[in-house]
Design a protein around this ligand. Structure first.
Ligand code: SF4
Length: 283
Protein backbone atom coordinates (compact mmCIF):
# COMPACT_ATOMS: atom_id res chain seq x y z
CA UNK A 1 0.00 0.00 0.00
CA UNK A 2 1.25 3.47 -0.84
CA UNK A 3 0.63 6.54 1.28
CA UNK A 4 1.43 9.86 -0.36
CA UNK A 5 1.32 13.18 1.48
CA UNK A 6 0.86 16.55 -0.20
CA UNK A 7 4.03 18.67 -0.28
CA UNK A 8 2.13 21.43 1.56
CA UNK A 9 0.59 19.97 4.67
CA UNK A 10 -0.15 21.03 8.24
CA UNK A 11 -0.21 24.65 9.32
CA UNK A 12 0.40 27.39 6.77
CA UNK A 13 3.02 29.98 7.70
CA UNK A 14 0.48 32.43 9.13
CA UNK A 15 -1.23 29.86 11.34
CA UNK A 16 2.13 28.44 12.44
CA UNK A 17 3.18 31.88 13.62
CA UNK A 18 -0.19 32.47 15.32
CA UNK A 19 0.08 29.14 17.10
CA UNK A 20 3.59 29.90 18.38
CA UNK A 21 2.46 33.29 19.71
CA UNK A 22 -0.54 31.66 21.40
CA UNK A 23 1.70 29.12 23.11
CA UNK A 24 3.86 31.90 24.50
CA UNK A 25 0.80 33.76 25.83
CA UNK A 26 0.74 31.40 28.83
CA UNK A 27 4.03 32.90 30.00
CA UNK A 28 2.54 36.39 30.27
CA UNK A 29 0.67 35.88 33.55
CA UNK A 30 -3.06 36.40 33.99
CA UNK A 31 -5.88 34.23 32.69
CA UNK A 32 -5.60 33.44 28.98
CA UNK A 33 -8.64 34.03 26.77
CA UNK A 34 -8.92 33.20 23.08
CA UNK A 35 -11.22 35.55 21.21
CA UNK A 36 -12.65 32.99 18.78
CA UNK A 37 -11.00 29.71 17.88
CA UNK A 38 -7.41 30.30 16.85
CA UNK A 39 -7.57 27.36 14.46
CA UNK A 40 -10.49 25.31 13.16
CA UNK A 41 -9.19 22.23 14.84
CA UNK A 42 -10.73 20.57 17.85
CA UNK A 43 -7.55 18.76 18.97
CA UNK A 44 -5.44 21.91 18.88
CA UNK A 45 -8.01 23.97 20.78
CA UNK A 46 -8.43 21.20 23.36
CA UNK A 47 -4.70 21.44 23.97
CA UNK A 48 -5.07 25.13 24.87
CA UNK A 49 -8.16 24.43 27.00
CA UNK A 50 -6.20 21.79 28.90
CA UNK A 51 -3.67 24.50 29.77
CA UNK A 52 -6.45 26.60 31.29
CA UNK A 53 -7.39 28.85 28.37
CA UNK A 54 -10.98 29.90 27.82
CA UNK A 55 -12.35 30.35 24.32
CA UNK A 56 -15.01 33.05 23.99
CA UNK A 57 -16.74 34.67 21.04
CA UNK A 58 -17.51 38.03 22.61
CA UNK A 59 -15.10 40.55 24.20
CA UNK A 60 -17.73 41.23 26.88
CA UNK A 61 -16.99 37.77 28.29
CA UNK A 62 -13.37 38.73 28.97
CA UNK A 63 -12.48 40.06 32.45
CA UNK A 64 -10.14 42.99 33.11
CA UNK A 65 -6.44 42.29 33.02
CA UNK A 66 -6.70 39.10 30.97
CA UNK A 67 -4.28 37.94 28.30
CA UNK A 68 -6.27 37.87 25.06
CA UNK A 69 -5.17 35.89 22.02
CA UNK A 70 -6.79 37.16 18.83
CA UNK A 71 -7.07 35.31 15.53
CA UNK A 72 -4.89 35.35 12.42
CA UNK A 73 -7.78 37.01 10.54
CA UNK A 74 -7.13 40.26 12.41
CA UNK A 75 -9.04 42.14 15.07
CA UNK A 76 -11.64 44.89 14.45
CA UNK A 77 -10.55 48.27 15.80
CA UNK A 78 -13.52 48.68 18.15
CA UNK A 79 -12.86 45.26 19.70
CA UNK A 80 -9.22 46.17 20.17
CA UNK A 81 -10.22 49.43 21.87
CA UNK A 82 -12.63 47.61 24.16
CA UNK A 83 -9.90 45.18 25.19
CA UNK A 84 -7.46 48.00 25.87
CA UNK A 85 -10.06 49.68 28.09
CA UNK A 86 -10.09 46.44 30.05
CA UNK A 87 -6.32 46.56 30.44
CA UNK A 88 -5.98 43.37 28.48
CA UNK A 89 -2.64 42.17 27.21
CA UNK A 90 -3.42 41.56 23.56
CA UNK A 91 -1.53 38.82 21.77
CA UNK A 92 -2.20 39.88 18.20
CA UNK A 93 -1.69 36.88 15.93
CA UNK A 94 -2.84 38.60 12.72
CA UNK A 95 -1.13 36.94 9.76
CA UNK A 96 1.41 39.30 8.10
CA UNK A 97 -0.36 38.74 4.77
CA UNK A 98 -3.63 39.94 6.30
CA UNK A 99 -1.89 42.94 7.89
CA UNK A 100 -0.38 43.82 4.53
CA UNK A 101 -3.86 44.10 3.02
CA UNK A 102 -4.91 46.47 5.81
CA UNK A 103 -1.85 48.68 5.23
CA UNK A 104 -2.44 48.68 1.47
CA UNK A 105 -6.11 49.55 1.90
CA UNK A 106 -5.32 52.52 4.13
CA UNK A 107 -2.70 53.77 1.68
CA UNK A 108 -5.05 53.49 -1.29
CA UNK A 109 -7.75 55.30 0.63
CA UNK A 110 -5.33 58.14 1.40
CA UNK A 111 -4.44 58.30 -2.29
CA UNK A 112 -8.10 59.02 -3.02
CA UNK A 113 -9.36 55.66 -4.24
CA UNK A 114 -12.82 54.34 -3.45
CA UNK A 115 -12.30 50.87 -2.11
CA UNK A 116 -14.15 47.77 -3.20
CA UNK A 117 -13.39 44.65 -1.18
CA UNK A 118 -14.02 41.22 -2.66
CA UNK A 119 -14.98 38.92 0.19
CA UNK A 120 -17.64 37.87 2.63
CA UNK A 121 -18.91 40.84 4.66
CA UNK A 122 -19.38 38.73 7.79
CA UNK A 123 -15.90 37.16 7.63
CA UNK A 124 -13.67 38.33 10.52
CA UNK A 125 -10.86 39.26 8.12
CA UNK A 126 -13.16 41.58 6.16
CA UNK A 127 -14.62 43.07 9.33
CA UNK A 128 -11.12 43.83 10.63
CA UNK A 129 -10.14 45.34 7.27
CA UNK A 130 -13.19 47.61 7.11
CA UNK A 131 -12.58 48.79 10.66
CA UNK A 132 -9.21 50.36 9.79
CA UNK A 133 -10.65 52.49 6.97
CA UNK A 134 -11.89 56.06 7.32
CA UNK A 135 -14.58 55.76 4.66
CA UNK A 136 -17.04 52.99 4.06
CA UNK A 137 -15.86 50.45 1.48
CA UNK A 138 -18.18 48.30 -0.57
CA UNK A 139 -17.96 44.55 -0.04
CA UNK A 140 -18.89 42.36 -2.98
CA UNK A 141 -18.75 38.66 -3.73
CA UNK A 142 -20.95 37.99 -6.74
CA UNK A 143 -21.21 39.37 -10.31
CA UNK A 144 -24.52 41.05 -9.42
CA UNK A 145 -22.89 42.81 -6.48
CA UNK A 146 -19.84 44.04 -8.37
CA UNK A 147 -21.90 45.21 -11.32
CA UNK A 148 -23.92 47.31 -8.90
CA UNK A 149 -20.78 48.64 -7.22
CA UNK A 150 -19.35 49.83 -10.55
CA UNK A 151 -22.58 51.26 -11.93
CA UNK A 152 -22.09 54.45 -13.98
CA UNK A 153 -23.37 56.82 -11.32
CA UNK A 154 -20.63 55.71 -8.95
CA UNK A 155 -17.54 57.84 -9.09
CA UNK A 156 -14.04 56.34 -9.14
CA UNK A 157 -11.18 55.91 -9.24
CA UNK A 158 -11.67 52.51 -7.65
CA UNK A 159 -9.16 50.23 -5.98
CA UNK A 160 -10.09 46.57 -5.69
CA UNK A 161 -8.72 44.39 -2.90
CA UNK A 162 -9.75 40.91 -1.84
CA UNK A 163 -10.02 38.85 1.31
CA UNK A 164 -6.86 36.70 1.26
CA UNK A 165 -8.85 33.49 0.82
CA UNK A 166 -11.31 34.76 -1.80
CA UNK A 167 -11.64 32.33 -4.77
CA UNK A 168 -9.22 33.44 -7.50
CA UNK A 169 -11.57 32.14 -10.19
CA UNK A 170 -14.14 34.81 -9.25
CA UNK A 171 -11.53 37.56 -9.28
CA UNK A 172 -10.46 36.40 -12.72
CA UNK A 173 -14.08 36.60 -13.82
CA UNK A 174 -14.24 40.16 -12.49
CA UNK A 175 -11.05 41.15 -14.35
CA UNK A 176 -12.52 39.77 -17.58
CA UNK A 177 -15.71 41.73 -16.96
CA UNK A 178 -13.74 44.97 -16.39
CA UNK A 179 -11.97 44.40 -19.72
CA UNK A 180 -15.18 43.58 -21.58
CA UNK A 181 -16.90 46.66 -20.20
CA UNK A 182 -13.89 48.84 -21.02
CA UNK A 183 -14.01 50.26 -17.50
CA UNK A 184 -11.34 52.82 -16.75
CA UNK A 185 -10.09 53.92 -13.36
CA UNK A 186 -10.24 50.47 -11.75
CA UNK A 187 -7.02 49.43 -10.04
CA UNK A 188 -6.92 45.77 -9.05
CA UNK A 189 -4.42 45.01 -6.29
CA UNK A 190 -3.34 41.40 -5.81
CA UNK A 191 -4.00 40.41 -2.19
CA UNK A 192 -4.84 36.70 -2.40
CA UNK A 193 -2.81 34.26 -0.36
CA UNK A 194 -1.63 31.45 -2.60
CA UNK A 195 -1.41 28.90 0.23
CA UNK A 196 -4.91 27.47 -0.23
CA UNK A 197 -4.62 27.53 -4.02
CA UNK A 198 -1.30 25.72 -3.80
CA UNK A 199 -2.90 22.89 -1.82
CA UNK A 200 -5.68 22.56 -4.39
CA UNK A 201 -3.13 22.51 -7.21
CA UNK A 202 -1.13 19.77 -5.49
CA UNK A 203 -4.29 17.70 -5.06
CA UNK A 204 -5.18 18.13 -8.75
CA UNK A 205 -1.67 17.19 -9.84
CA UNK A 206 -1.72 14.07 -7.70
CA UNK A 207 -5.10 13.03 -9.08
CA UNK A 208 -3.70 13.35 -12.59
CA UNK A 209 -0.59 11.33 -11.78
CA UNK A 210 -2.28 8.80 -9.48
CA UNK A 211 -5.94 8.65 -10.51
CA UNK A 212 -6.58 5.54 -8.40
CA UNK A 213 -5.70 7.18 -5.07
CA UNK A 214 -8.21 7.39 -2.26
CA UNK A 215 -8.04 10.96 -0.95
CA UNK A 216 -7.97 11.67 2.77
CA UNK A 217 -8.64 15.32 3.61
CA UNK A 218 -7.60 16.19 7.16
CA UNK A 219 -9.04 19.28 8.79
CA UNK A 220 -11.74 20.86 10.92
CA UNK A 221 -15.33 20.65 9.72
CA UNK A 222 -15.69 24.47 9.97
CA UNK A 223 -12.62 25.19 7.87
CA UNK A 224 -13.57 26.69 4.50
CA UNK A 225 -10.26 25.85 2.82
CA UNK A 226 -10.47 22.23 4.02
CA UNK A 227 -13.95 22.03 2.55
CA UNK A 228 -12.61 23.30 -0.79
CA UNK A 229 -10.15 20.38 -0.91
CA UNK A 230 -12.90 17.89 -0.14
CA UNK A 231 -15.25 19.37 -2.75
CA UNK A 232 -12.50 19.37 -5.36
CA UNK A 233 -11.82 15.64 -4.88
CA UNK A 234 -15.53 14.88 -4.78
CA UNK A 235 -16.09 16.73 -8.07
CA UNK A 236 -13.31 14.72 -9.65
CA UNK A 237 -15.29 11.61 -8.72
CA UNK A 238 -12.59 9.98 -6.62
CA UNK A 239 -13.22 8.28 -3.27
CA UNK A 240 -12.61 10.92 -0.60
CA UNK A 241 -12.86 10.97 3.19
CA UNK A 242 -12.83 14.15 5.31
CA UNK A 243 -11.64 13.55 8.85
CA UNK A 244 -10.50 15.75 11.71
CA UNK A 245 -7.95 13.28 13.02
CA UNK A 246 -6.69 9.69 13.03
CA UNK A 247 -9.30 8.66 15.61
CA UNK A 248 -12.09 9.59 13.21
CA UNK A 249 -10.33 7.79 10.36
CA UNK A 250 -10.08 4.62 12.46
CA UNK A 251 -13.86 4.55 12.79
CA UNK A 252 -14.34 4.48 9.01
CA UNK A 253 -14.28 1.50 6.75
CA UNK A 254 -11.63 2.24 4.14
CA UNK A 255 -11.21 0.44 0.81
CA UNK A 256 -8.88 -2.55 1.03
CA UNK A 257 -5.50 -2.57 -0.77
CA UNK A 258 -5.88 1.06 -1.77
CA UNK A 259 -3.24 3.73 -2.23
CA UNK A 260 -3.86 6.99 -0.39
CA UNK A 261 -3.17 10.67 -0.89
CA UNK A 262 -3.32 12.85 2.21
CA UNK A 263 -3.97 16.56 2.05
CA UNK A 264 -4.93 18.99 4.79
CA UNK A 265 -6.37 22.43 5.54
CA UNK A 266 -4.14 25.33 6.52
CA UNK A 267 -5.15 25.15 10.18
CA UNK A 268 -4.56 21.42 10.62
CA UNK A 269 -1.61 20.80 12.95
CA UNK A 270 1.30 18.85 11.46
CA UNK A 271 1.10 16.25 14.23
CA UNK A 272 -2.52 15.47 13.34
CA UNK A 273 -1.50 14.79 9.72
CA UNK A 274 1.42 12.69 10.94
CA UNK A 275 -0.92 10.54 13.07
CA UNK A 276 -3.11 9.94 10.02
CA UNK A 277 -0.05 8.91 7.98
CA UNK A 278 1.10 6.53 10.71
CA UNK A 279 -2.34 4.95 10.94
CA UNK A 280 -2.63 4.41 7.17
CA UNK A 281 0.87 2.95 6.99
CA UNK A 282 -0.07 0.48 9.71
CA UNK A 283 -3.01 -0.98 7.76
S1 SF4 B 1 -3.91 31.04 4.61
FE1 SF4 B 1 -2.47 32.66 3.99
S2 SF4 B 1 -3.37 34.56 4.78
FE2 SF4 B 1 -4.39 32.88 5.85
S3 SF4 B 1 -3.19 32.60 7.73
FE3 SF4 B 1 -2.33 31.20 6.20
S4 SF4 B 1 -0.63 32.34 5.26
FE4 SF4 B 1 -1.94 33.84 6.32
Amino acid sequence: MEVRVAASFGFCKGVRQAFALAERSFELGGPVYFLGELVHNHDAMEMFRARGARIVENPEEIPSGAVVVTRSHGIPKDVQEELLRKNATIVDTTCPKVKRVQVLARRLEEEGYRLVVFGKASHPEVQALLSVLKKQAQVVATPEEWQKAFAVDHQGPFAVLAQTTFPSVLLQQFENWVREQGLLGVRIVHTLCDETEKRQRELEQNLEQNPGDVVIVVGGKHSANTRSLFVLAERRGVPVFWVENAAELRSLSLPKRASFFITSGTSTPDWVVQEVVTYLQSL
